[in-house]
Ligand binder design. Structure first.
Ligand code: AGP
Length: 371
């Protein structure tokens, strides 16, 4: 009913707007005032956590993209090698896992069969399994050694939104906790990252207040047959997520690419008028921003119609942006928490304009309980 949707037309739209709170709730009580992590729910001893020499994240769909984002942060903070694998691929290839492997299973529902089978396999190989899950008492956390609950509240829309953002946050808490326990060189910066994470609910709210350009854009896309998404580093999984949302909801061909991979093939797809969303990294000391800026210039020169997600005052992108979607200034690793939001809003709105059932897209189920 309309009341259940809190006055929104779809659960999905309601859930998009709940993201500031979902992120705040997921952070709540998990650190002290000095910015040290207190993840009591991780019932794996510190001695054991110090012995871990490999992390394998298993998940499906949007949850796997949260895992891809997390890999960048976890490896940077902990220096533990971290792989991300689609749960449906994991156990059928005889993966190398053992007692010193931490397998992290990310699942909003906690009932995804592919992910469940992956953790059963991991446990048979004596690996420690930690679930990142949104559903209390569901099967995946019950069959894991420990669980970090995302506190997004019930996610009803088939397309995952607040699930994704809170999965990224929970994985970041895990990464920071591991860095803390293991005393990595990064240790001093933990409090700095925690302080910035605490500002994210506000940053996400600011993005949501400024969605008019994105809503307007959706009405121009009703007859568009294909849309591309480009990103690099943590912006790459954001691009994949933007594309998945369009497939699921708008039923159009959409593909995400790593921006640096363009010249190895996908740039051949660029032709006059092809819409391409580009996620521009924040300006910083590394070269990431400039690299993606030059990719933007390349596709624009070949006729692409560009929708550019960049820091609000990033004047360098302006000459190459047909549409600019402004983002607040955040550090690179936290950018997915703001950059994903306009892509969710865009997909939700485009599907609405096309007359699709946003909450129940064709052929899909909220949780996929068969392999
Ligand atoms: C996301 O929009 C999808 N509907 C889907 O990819 C989903 O994220 C995937 O099936 C995993 O679900 P889970 O998080 O409940 O395990």
């Amino acid at each position: 009913s309309a009341a259940e949707k809190g006055g929104f037309d779809w659960f999905m739209r309601k859930e998009i707007y709940e993201q500031p709170k979902a992120v705040a709730d997921t952070l709540l009580g998990r650190h002290d005032t000095e910015g040290r992590l207190t993840l009591d729910e991780i019932r794996i001893s510190e001695a054991e956590l110090r012995r871990i020499d490999k992390i394998v994240i298993v998940a499906c769909g949007t949850a796997s993209y949260a895992g891809m984002v997390a890999k960048y942060a976890i490896e940077h903070w902990t220096r533990i090698p971290c792989e991300v694998e689609l749960a449906s691929e994991f156990r059928y290839r005889d993966p190398i896992v053992g007692p010193t492997t931490l397998v992290v299973a990310i699942s909003q529902s906690g009932e995804t069969a592919d992910t469940l089978m992956a953790i059963r396999h991991a446990r048979e190989q004596q690996a420690r399994v930690l679930a990142v899950c949104n559903t209390n008492g569901s099967t995946i956390p019950r069959e894991s050694d420990a669980v970090i609950y995302t506190r997004a509240g019930p996610e009803i829309g088939v397309a995952s939104t607040k699930g994704f953002l809170t999965q990224v946050v929970a994985c970041y808490l895990l990464g920071l906790y591991l860095a803390q326990v293991r005393g990595t060189k990064f240790g001093d910066e933990i409090a700095t990252v925690m302080a910035e994470l605490a500002t994210m609910p506000d940053a996400i709210s600011r993005v949501l207040e400024d969605m008019d350009p994105v809503l307007k854009l959706a009405s121009d896309f009703v007859d568009e047959p294909s849309v591309l998404f480009l990103g690099r580093h943590v912006g790459y999984p954001v691009a994949l997520e933007g594309a998945l949302k369009l497939k699921e909801l708008a039923y159009i061909h959409a593909e995400g690419f790593a921006a640096g991979e363009l010249k190895h093939g996908p740039i051949a797809l660029i032709e006059d008028g092809l819409p391409v969303f580009v996620v521009i990294p924040p300006r910083g000391r590394d070269l990431l921003h400039d690299k993606v800026l030059s990719n933007l210039q390349e596709i624009r020169a070949r006729g692409a119609r560009t929708i550019v997600l960049a820091e609000a005052d990033d004047h360098e992108v302006l000459p190459y942006a047909d549409v600019l979607v402004p983002l607040p200034r955040v550090s690179t690793l936290l950018q997915p928490l703001v950059a994903t939001v306009p892509l969710q809003v865009f997909a939700c709105e485009l599907a609405t304009q096309k007359g699709h059932d946003v909450d129940q897209p064709r052929n899909l189920a909220k949780s996929v309980t068969v392999e």
